[in-house]
Design a protein around this ligand. Sequence first.
Ligand code: GLU
Length: 268
Amino acid sequence: MRVRRIGALLLTAAALAASLTACGGDDKFVIGVKFDQPGLGLKGTDGKPTGFDVDVAKYIAKELGYSEDKIEWKETVSANREPFIQQGQVDMVLATYSITDARKELVSFAGPYLVTGQDILTRADDTTIADVEGLSAKKVCGAQGSSSPKRLVDKFGEPWKGQYLTEQQGYGACLPLLEQSQVDAISTDATILAGFAAQQPGKFRLVGKPFSEEKYGVGLKKDDKETRDKVNAAIEKMFGDGSWKKAVDANFGEFATAFATPPALEKY
Ligand code: GLU
């Protein structure tokens, strides 16, 4: 009798311990963000990232039941966003991640939560580039796996790629190349370029002639409709309660005026 009761007690204790773990005693919600893009996802000296993507990510995580201390931030660069989602290395990605049909074959997207366009950053004293056509014989830096250099290669062709395109792991690595005149321009989303320009006033020039539509989505496992619906509901709430506008104003500085109203969600 006594032995049995102890056995039952032990079982209860074991079950309790197991359920505590399952409840997320140690469970982390892993979010992929950029670490090198001021205003969007930038790793601070304390190791924690800040920026618009980070603020949207925190809001969504909270709506899904994860307080900030349960979030593990993981750096995603342009090229590893799909594999990280597919391999389960991250639970979601908010990393200036444009929704495209090609990517939708591999992952799912909630959102969009912001819409911007591809633009050009030059050195402040270089006035030779007025729009995308001006890049036809200029050295340009882009990030591997990003849709931005791909758009230029589609436009100017493979010989242009060989002669003029430099690809780095991230846009942060393009910046010193532009400063040191190893390239003439960086071309990617205006949000990213505006963030770089604001960091070093007077040094760079944002051309301001966007030539694409980049809809930022939350990257999720393909066909995880349940999570996608929950994330869309969280984004909708963020749009409606003023938090989205607050995050825009807090992170984009002068460039915030470009984002007066939230975009329409594309639920599917
Ligand atoms: N938004 C574009 C993309 O998803 C360019 C920026 C980036 O590579 O993060 O490819």
